[in-house]
Design a binder for this molecule. Structure first.
Ligand code: PA5
Length: 372
C-alpha cells in the first residue's frame, strides 16, 4: 500500500487512544468488527443446520437474492463467489419489484436483517405471487412473520446488531442455500470458509485497536483518506462489489461521501472525468482494490491499473490495498475486512459514532408514517 499522511488530519492520535475510542464508539462497532471471524464461525453453524433441514427441491433455473443496503451485500458477495462456477444466473435485486423473468423455477432468497425493510417485503410478496420458491434470511420482523405463515423456510440470525456488521450472518446462510442447489468451486463454496476464517482471525489481530497506527494498515488507510473524498476502484470481478462495500462502509460508518467504480468499465467512460479534475480533485483520494493474482492471471487488468494511475497522475492521492490469501473466499473476505476496519477508524477521525445512522432512520420512520 502506498500511503501519504494527510496534512488535514487533525487528530491521528485518536486511533491509538483506547479511551477516546470507547467514548466515540458508543454502540461497539469496533467490537463487532474485531469479532467478525467468530461471527462467521457462528454463521457457518447456523447455515449448516438450516440447510440440512430444507425440504428437497428441484434445481432452480435462476436465483434472485433480494435485499437492500447492508442486507444486499451478502447477495453481492454470494454472486461474486459463485460467478465462475454457477451454471444458473444469480441476480441481486435491490428494489420493490422483482425482474419479470421470475416464476416457479426461480429460487428467491429474501434477505433483510430487520425483516422490516419495505422494499424487501414488497419483493417477497412479488415472489409469492409469481409462485417462486422462497427462502428468507432475517433476524425476525414482518418478513419472518409472513414467511412462517406461508410455510417458507426462514433462517433466523441473531438480532440486535447493525445489518452492515452482520455480514457473516447474511452472507454465509445465503451462500449455503445457493450451494445446496447450485455447484460452486471448492475455493468459493462453504467448504472454503474454515481457511478464510483462520485468515480473518489473523487479520483481526493485525488490524484491531491494540495495534498502533505505525504498524496498522487499516488505521493508516483511514488516516490517509481523512478529510478527503475517497474514490474506490475495484480492479475487476469481486473487487467491484467490494469497492461498493468500501463506499457503503465509509458512508455509513464514517458519515463520509465516497464513490466507487470497477475496471474495466471505468476505462470506457469515467477515465475521461480525470481530464477536468485538476482543480476538483485536490481533496479526492483514489484507492485501488487489488488482487495479487491480477499480476499473473489477468495482466491486461494490471496494465489497465498502471495506465489509469498515470492518467490520474498527481491530480489526486492514490493508494492500493491488496487482498490476502489463496482461495477466492480468503481474498474476497480479507479485502472486505480491511475496508470494514478502515471505515470504523475513519469514523473516529471524524469524531463520530460509527453505528449511528440518523438519516436512514429518519427516512424509514417518515415512510412508515406515510399511507399507501
Ligand atoms: O446498514 C443499514 O442499516 C442499512 O443499509 C440497512 O441494511 C438497509 O436499510 C436495509 O435494512 P435491513 O438490513 O434491516 O433489511
Amino acid at each position: 500500500m502506498s500511503l501519504h499522511a494527510n496534512p488535514l488530519a487533525p487528530t491521528p492520535g485518536v486511533l491509538d487512544d483506547l479511551e477516546a475510542i470507547r467514548i466515540l464508539d458508543r454502540s461497539g462497532m469496533l467490537d463487532l468488527t474485531e469479532a467478525f471471524p467468530q461471527q462467521c464461525r457462528d454463521a457457518a453453524a447456523i447455515a449448516s443446520s438450516f440447510v440440512s433441514q430444507l425440504p428437497p427441491a428441484a434445481k432452480p433455473t435462476q436465483v434472485v437474492i433480494t435485499g437492500l443496503g447492508g442486507s444486499a451485500i451478502g447477495g453481492d458477495l454470494t454472486a461474486s463467489l459463485a460467478a465462475a462456477s454457477a451454471d444458473v444466473p444469480i441476480v441481486v435485486n435491490r428494489d420493490y419489484d422483482l425482474p419479470g423473468f421470475v416464476g416457479p423455477q426461480t429460487l428467491v432468497i429474501a434477505s433483510s436483517y430487520s425483516g422490516n425493510t419495505e422494499e424487501t417485503l414488497s419483493a417477497y410478496r412479488h415472489a409469492r405471487e409469481a409462485g417462486c420458491r422462497i427462502v428468507c434470511v432475517t433476524s425476525g420482523g414482518e418478513l419472518a412473520r409472513m414467511a412462517e405463515a406461508d410455510g417458507a423456510p426462514v433462517c433466523r440470525i441473531p438480532r440486535g446488531r447493525p445489518p452492515r456488521a452482520s455480514t457473516g450472518y447474511l452472507l454465509i446462510p445465503t451462500l449455503a442455500v445457493v450451494a445446496s442447489c447450485v455447484a460452486l468451486d471448492a475455493d468459493s463454496g462453504p467448504e472454503a470458509l474454515g481457511a478464510a476464517i483462520e485468515l480473518l482471525t489473523d487479520c483481526s489481530r493485525r488490524w484491531g485497536r491494540h495495534v498502533p497506527l505505525a504498524d496498522n494498515p487499516a488505521k493508516q488507510i483511514a488516516l490517509a483518506l481523512h478529510g478527503r473524498i475517497p474514490i474506490f476502484y475495484g480492479t475487476q470481478g469481486y473487487r467491484g462489489v467490494l469497492a461498493v462495500r468500501w463506499k457503503g462502509q465509509f458512508n455509513e460508518n464514517a458519515k463520509s461521501h465516497a464513490f466507487a467504480n470497477v475496471l474495466p468499465e471505468q476505462n470506457h467512460n469515467e477515465i475521461l472525468g480525470w481530464d477536468q479534475a485538476r482543480t476538483q480533485a485536490q481533496n479526492w483520494s483514489v484507492v485501488f482494490l487489488r488482487d495479487p493474482l491480477e499480476l499473473t492471471a489477468t495482466p491486461r487488468i494490471a496494465k489497465r491499473v498502471e495506465v489509469l494511475r498515470t492518467v490520474i497522475g498527481n491530480k489526486a492521492d492514490q493508494h492500493e490495498v491488496w487482498a490476502e490469501g489463496t482461495t477466492l473466499m480468503q481474498r474476497l473476505l480479507s479485502l472486505m475486512y480491511l475496508g470494514d476496519f478502515a471505515s470504523v477508524y475513519a469514523a473516529f477521525l471524524n469524531g463520530v459514532d460509527p453505528t449511528a445512522i440518523a438519516g436512514i432512520d429518519l427516512l424509514k420512520s417518515e415512510l412508515a408514517r406515510m399511507e399507501g
